[in-house]
Design a binder for this molecule. Structure first.
Ligand SMILES: [Zn+2]
Ligand SMILES: [Zn+2]
Length: 327
């Protein structure tokens, strides 16, 4: 099968012809129809996430069709369409797994990082971490739901019942979260790179009532801030923009260092927290909510062979919406 392969960090992906993978017990062999490109893929390729399997097929926002089932795989039938997310395997017995926090499993393994992912014609996935996809969505359109959507949704959930939500970094996750937030009746402000008028217009088109530079104070203080850009300096900026008792949620897996900041911007019960990975419950909730909320995704498609170009476009912030590879 054709695949795009990471052979070493900080090197371009290379086109490879790999043997067809075989599904083991409880696994599915999936013909990939679309795989979205996530910022986490960039962190893996750029060596910011330390221990990828090598060589590696990246990609963890996979939509495909079940073509073969391993022994005892029973959740899906041949021909079913499924989505495969970042969390690819958990142990089921550690303290975190047993308390509904499998996203923090001590031995968790991740798709497109420790497990070969979706930058390929075929992939194998644990059926426990495969999800049915609503027929309202096309394959390409559904792909960004699998991470930008799921982890964006978990990030928004950590904002509790905040009415006025500020989003820092208006890319793939933000454009989905914005639609969910508006559906839930929340108000939305969007913060972008200074001067990024196109991203600000994009945010307004998705229901942001104010959009401006991340360095500028918003017209009124936020109840919560969600940070999707991997820039640590946004943490103190977001704290300074957040009202008493508010929460700043960091939604990314990697961020540059957070600069020191005066205690007074954390004082008055403001909180800073991160969001790690996802649980199956997040996936089930979000994938049921998305069609009800009328969530639509903006995508830019690339042939599988042009994965490096998709990564480069994401790296320089040239995308509004999500890049999706089609084999
Ligand atoms: Zn576990
Ligand atoms: Zn992701």
């Amino acid at each position: 099968m054709r695949a795009q392969l990471l052979t070493a960090p900080r090197r371009p992906l290379v086109a490879a012809e790999l043997p067809v993978p075989r599904p083991g017990p409880g696994q599915l062999l999936i013909a990939v129809r679309a795989c979205a490109v996530c910022r986490t893929d960039l962190h893996v390729v750029d060596g910011e996430l330390a221990e990828p399997k090598l060589p590696l097929v990246p990609g963890h926002e996979i939509i495909g069709t079940v073509v073969e089932k391993g022994e005892a795989a029973e959740r899906f039938a041949i021909g079913d369409r499924v989505g495969v997310p970042w969390l690819g395997w958990t142990c089921g017995i550690c303290e975190y797994c047993r308390s509904g926090r499998e996203n923090l499993c001590d031995r968790a393994r991740f798709t497109g990082y420790q497990i070969d992912g979706g930058y390929a014609e075929l992939t194998v996935a644990d059926e426990r971490y495969c999800f049915a996809i609503d027929p309202h969505y096309g394959d390409v359109e559904a792909a960004p739901l699998m991470c930008a959507g799921l982890i964006g949704y978990r990030t928004l959930r950590m904002a509790g019942d905040a009415r006025l939500v500020g989003i820092y970094g208006f890319g793939a996750a933000a454009h989905i979260v914005a639609q969910v937030a508006r559906h839930q009746g929340r108000r939305l402000f969007a913060f972008t790179r200074p001067g990024d008028v196109a991203a600000q217009d994009f945010a307004r088109s998705l229901g942001a009532e104010w959009a401006g530079d991340s360095t500028a104070p918003p017209p009124e203080p936020l109840d919560a801030a969600l940070i999707f850009a991997p820039i640590g300096a946004l943490v103190p900026a977001a704290l300074a923009a957040t009202r008493k008792g508010g929460t700043v949620v960091c939604g990314g897996i990697h961020m540059s260092d957070i600069p020191s900041f005066p205690y007074r911007i954390l004082w008055e019960e403001r909180a800073v927290r991160s969001v790690a990975n996802l649980t199956r419950r997040d996936a089930e909730e979000f994938l049921a909510l998305a069609p009800d909320a009328g969530v639509r995704t903006e995508t830019v498609t690339y042939p599988l062979a042009e994965a490096n170009r998709a990564l480069a476009d994401l790296r320089r912030g040239a995308l509004q919406g999500a890049a999706v590879l089609v084999p």
